[in-house]
Write a protein that binds this ligand. Structure first.
Ligand SMILES: CC(C)(COP(=O)(O)OP(=O)(O)OC[C@H]1O[C@@H](n2cnc3c(N)ncnc32)[C@H](O)[C@@H]1OP(=O)(O)O)[C@@H](O)C(=O)NCCC(=O)NCCS
Length: 185
């Protein structure tokens, strides 16, 4: 289910490139603040790289507007995607860019055969692209999480039905950073 686009889109959504990374990091720092590293969802990203083929940026006339990334996690024995961070530059919010970024990532994840996506966020917003609350307690995070903000989206029929258990990092790409040491702001 796609959200409504309120204006003719003058931005483009394309894969993130290495040179975009500083802009993405700066936007996430500005949007979520330093407290983001303490959040459960961030702890699942420590020492693990985002899925490169699912990292997208929005640009307009060459200017950076927003970003979405996805991380690989496991729930029980299932490989699942964790959506986020998603952020749009503050002056450009409310134009449909966030929904467009998510739709592009979801479409690409489906095309590549991923089964399900989960995230921690505001249900009224993410419901616009098909996310719904998971039953409380079904997925356990490595830290406190508001159960009403744990949302999921099946990309293949019933993919969420069998999901239950602890959510963990799917792998460690960078053991030096695995405990958070050396992670930049
Ligand atoms: C959340 C965010 C990515 C949305 O990006 P955006 O480009 O403004 O979103 P869109 O233009 O696609 O959608 C805007 C619509 O979603 C609504 N919306 C935005 N955030 C919302 C939220 N947290 N809860 C409910 N609705 C929300 C807006 O009110 C607007 O509604 P309208 O279409 O009825 O006017 C952007 O506000 C942002 O970067 N925020 C800071 C970072 C953040 O909070 N990220 C999400 C983490 S859970």
């Amino acid at each position: 289910m796609a959200g409504a686009v309120k204006e003719a889109a003058t931005w483009e959504i394309r894969h993130e490139r290495p040179e975009d990374a500083p802009l993405v990091e700066a936007l996430n720092a500005e949007s979520f603040g330093p407290g983001r590293y303490a959040k459960s969802a961030y702890r699942l990203r420590e020492g693990v790289h985002a899925v490169a083929e699912l990292s997208f940026v929005a640009t307009e006339g060459g200017a950076f507007r927003g970003s979405v990334r996805f991380w690989p996690v496991t729930i029980g024995h299932e490989d699942v995607l964790l959506l986020g961070p998603l952020a749009v530059q503050s002056a450009e919010r409310g134009r449909g860019i966030g929904i467009a970024l998510m739709n592009r990532g979801i479409e690409e994840a489906r095309r590549r055969g991923y089964g399900a996506i989960i995230l921690v966020g505001d249900e009224p917003y993410y419901a616009r692209v098909g996310f719904a609350k998971l039953p409380p307690g079904r997925v356990r995070f490595p830290g406190p999480v508001d159960p009403s903000r744990v949302l999921g989206l099946s990309l293949t029929p019933n993919a969420l039905v069998s999901l239950s258990g602890e959510i963990r990092r799917a792998k460690i790409d960078d053991p030096v950073c695995a405990d958070g040491a050396g992670l930049g702001g």
